[in-house]
Structures are given as structure tokens and as C-alpha cells.
Design a protein around this ligand. Structure first.
Ligand code: PLP
Length: 410
């Protein structure tokens, strides 16, 4: 008899985006003439830079020629891309890495999901609440949680990020082995200062923990004092793995490419206390379980670092951040309270009049045809909040803001 991984049965169905889609569909059926504006999506809408497309086209042509054709590439990525990453994303900040510390992948969603393979199932896990759902679900699947009760998985530490703590997670009292941090944060759009991040690095050094640092939105940081990488913090190489993606910066959500950094200094331990290099474990895991990312994609990612592509990326980020600014300022003008949105493409809105996230969702949809994401969908501490994104078009964003303003001034 084939038995299954019963941890999958503990998982909660991801109702959030399905429920949103169903509610929108139902509304559209009842109101076929009403135009709906969606500011709930977490996907980008601007196209990739031309230089990236050119590089990919050239790589396709290389594939047609016997002298330049490429078959299987290195599982953990081509050095031509790793060198660009080290030079542009790290050396420019005074941080040094070797090629072997960078692992190219088909996006960090994959790496975040797979990284759990190299850690013992008995490790304790902490996530922020609310949170990007992948950290939690992948740990539930691999057996690092108990049952789901009262909105939370037993055995997982939820670090509340709320208005009361300025959306900065507080250090736990207990010893946690695996700590997931994401800054700039999805869904709250808030950031962490060097000082606060230093506390986490010091905690991890003291407790021999690992910080899994998701920097998917670092390109959106506007304030020069906010860290773009956890390795800007002294000692972080001993305790942190960093995930970085081309998805939200260079428009790669459909192309798929990102990278994970595992410094040589980073150690895990056997039960006997022997220290083991995590970089080696991940290298072994990736070399066995993946054949890497296509040559064409990696040539596209390499072109992200050209002057022309960097300019286009800057313009796209400005475009999204202008939308975000319009949302934030427009909503605050009519007395709504917002958080985030200054160094991230997400605005975290406090739902007015003590309504729930879903009540507010229905109210906006039914009265003004605006769709956002109920905060409670990202965790119990998201109840009473609502996420709006700057990833829509300028025109739609302006229209949505003006509808919300009218609704709250009438
Ligand atoms: N991490 C966060 C916080 C995200 O919001 C997303 C995508 O929305 C990802 C990771 C996934 O990134 P990728 O497209 O590189 O898989």
C-alpha cells in the first residue's frame, strides 16, 4: 500500500485568491456594465527591458549554431551571471562573495520552497504574521508543524507585525532555529532598519539559528538608510541565507530567474554538534535535484546589469512607486490610515470602522468596483487590514483612488 506524506493533510486550502476571483466573477455576472479595477495583484505589468530581450534572442540564435550551441549547463548557474551579481549587487556595497556562494535558480519561490530539504525536521520555525504564505506551507509539508487550530499551526512561532510594534518583529523569548524575514515586506510594504536587523543577526549568532532572508522587493527601497541586503549587517554571513529575484525588479515573473546566496561561513550542526557547511549541502541538493535554469534565461538575467536595462528598470520602479504614492496619499487625504508603500510597492491599509478585512473587500467591490487583498489572507494578524498594490496601470490606479476618495467623502 502506498502511503502518503500526511503533512499535506494539515495544509489549509489557499482560499485567498480563489475566493477573490469567485467574488469578482459573481459581481461581474450581476453587474456586467460595471468596470472593475484590480489593485490586488502581486504581479508586475510593465514589460522586460529591451536589452534583456535582445540578449535572450541572441542566446536563442546561439542555440541554432553548432559552434555556439549549449546543452546542459552548470546546475547552480553560469559564472558569467554570478560574476555580474557579485560585482553589481554586492561588491558595490562593500560585500565580497565567490562564485560558489551564489546559486542561480528559476526564481526564489522555488528556492524558498526547497531550502527546507537541508534542515532537520525537528528545527523550530518562526515566521512573521502576516506573511508571504510559502514559508509556512513548505514547512508544514515537510513536517515542521503541528495541526492548524484557531488560525495558526501548532509548533510554529508567529512573530506579530502590527501597528503597535511599527511592523517590526520582536525577538522571540524562546530559541528558534529557522527564522524567516522578508523586507521590504509582502504584504505590509514596511521595511526594517539596520539597527533592528542587527538585533536579529545577533540573536541568530547567539542561538546558532539561520535567518532565511527574502529580499524580493529590495529594488523598491528609496530610503538610503534601509539595508538592501542582510549582508550589510556585520556577522550576517555566519547566519543568513539571502534570496533575490529578478521577478519584481526586471519583470521576470514569467521568464523565471533569481538567486540564493549561501556564504561559506554559514554553518549548520549535526545532532552531535559537529558543524557542517550549508553551502556544500545546498550545492549537493541542487546538483542532484535540478538541472538548472536555461542558458537563454541566464543571458537575459545577465543583461539586466547593462546600463540601458538598469535605466528601464529604474523607470519601471518609479512608475510603480508613483502608483503606490498616489494610493497612499490619496487614501490618507480622505482620512484612511495607511502603512508601508514608501520603500515597497504595497500599501497596507487599516480597514476603517472596525470592519473585518473581508467585509471591507465586499464593500469596495460592491460599491465602487475596486479589488484589493484582504489582510487576513496573509495570517491572523492581518485581520482588519487590506493590501493594495502599485503594480497596476497609472490610469487604473488613479481611477481607483478617485473612486475610494469619492466613496469616503460622500
Ligand atoms: N518572495 C516574496 C515575498 C514574493 O512576494 C514573491 C512573489 O510574489 C516571491 C518570493 C517569489 O519570487 P519569484 O518570482 O522569484 O519566485
Amino acid at each position: 500500500m502506498i502511503t502518503i506524506n500526511e503533512n499535506f493533510l494539515k495544509l489549509q486550502d489557499s482560499y485567498l485568491f480563489v475566493t477573490i476571483a469567485e467574488k469578482v466573477k459573481e459581481y461581474q455576472k450581476k453587474n456586467p456594465d460595471k468596470d472593475i479595477i484590480k489593485l490586488g495583484i502581486g504581479d508586475i505589468t510593465r514589460p522586460i527591458p529591451e536589452k534583456v530581450a535582445e540578449a535572450m534572442k541572441k542566446a536563442v540564435d546561439e542555440m541554432t549554431n553548432i559552434s555556439t550551441f549549449r546543452g546542459y549547463g552548470p546546475e547552480i548557474g553560469y559564472n558569467f551571471l554570478k560574476e555580474k551579481i557579485i560585482e553589481n549587487d554586492y561588491k558595490s556595497k562593500g560585500i565580497n562573495f565567490e562564485n560558489s556562494e551564489i546559486f542561480i535558480s528559476d526564481g526564489i519561490g522555488t528556492d524558498i520552497a526547497n531550502i527546507v530539504d537541508i534542515f532537520d525536521v525537528q528545527n523550530t520555525v518562526a515566521i512573521t504574521d502576516p506573511v508571504y504564505p510559502a514559508y509556512l506551507d513548505t514547512n508544514v509539508m515537510s513536517g515542521r508543524s503541528g495541526k492548524f487550530e484557531n488560525g495558526k499551526y501548532k509548533g510554529v512561532t508567529y512573530l506579530e507585525v502590527k501597528e503597535e510594534n511599527n511592523f517590526v518583529p520582536q525577538l522571540p523569548n524562546e530559541q528558534i532555529d529557522m527564522i524567516y524575514l522578508c523586507f521590504p515586506n509582502n504584504p505590509t510594504g514596511t521595511v526594517i532598519s539596520k539597527e533592528e536587523l542587527t538585533k536579529w543577526v545577533n540573536y541568530a549568532r547567539k542561538n546558532k539559528s539561520v535567518i532565511l532572508y527574502d529580499a524580493a522587493y529590495e529594488a523598491y527601497i528609496q530610503d538610503e538608510n534601509i539595508p538592501h541586503s542582510i549582508y550589510e549587517i556585520e556577522g550576517a554571513k555566519e547566519v543568513a541565507i539571502e534570496f533575490k529575484s529578478y521577478s519584481k525588479s526586471a519583470g521576470f515573473t514569467g521568464i523565471r530567474c533569481g538567486y540564493t546566496v549561501i556564504p561559506k561561513e554559514l554553518k549548520g550542526y549535526t545532532k552531535k554538534g559537529e558543524s557542517i557547511n550549508l553551502n556544500k549541502l545546498w550545492n549537493r541538493r541542487q546538483s542532484t535535484k535540478t538541472n538548472g535554469v536555461s542558458y537563454i534565461t541566464q543571458r537575459g538575467a545577465e543583461a539586466v546589469y547593462t546600463k540601458e536595462a538598469q535605466q528601464q528598470i529604474k523607470e519601471n520602479i518609479e512608475y510603480y512607486m508613483n502608483n503606490t504614492k498616489n494610493i497612499k496619499e490619496g487614501l490618507e487625504k480622505v482620512g484612511l490610515k495607511t502603512f508601508g508603500g514608501e520603500n515597497a510597492p504595497y500599501v497596507w491599509l487599516k480597514v476603517p470602522d472596525n470592519k473585518s478585512s473581508w467585509e471591507f473587500f465586499d464593500e469596495l467591490l460592491e460599491n465602487i468596483g475596486v479589488v484589493g487583498t484582504p489582510g487576513v489572507g496573509f495570517g491572523p494578524s492581518g485581520e482588519g487590514y487590506f493590501r493594495l498594490t502599485g503594480f497596476g496601470t497609472k490610469e487604473n490606479t488613479e481611477k481607483a483612488v478617485s473612486r475610494i476618495q469619492k466613496y469616503y467623502t460622500n
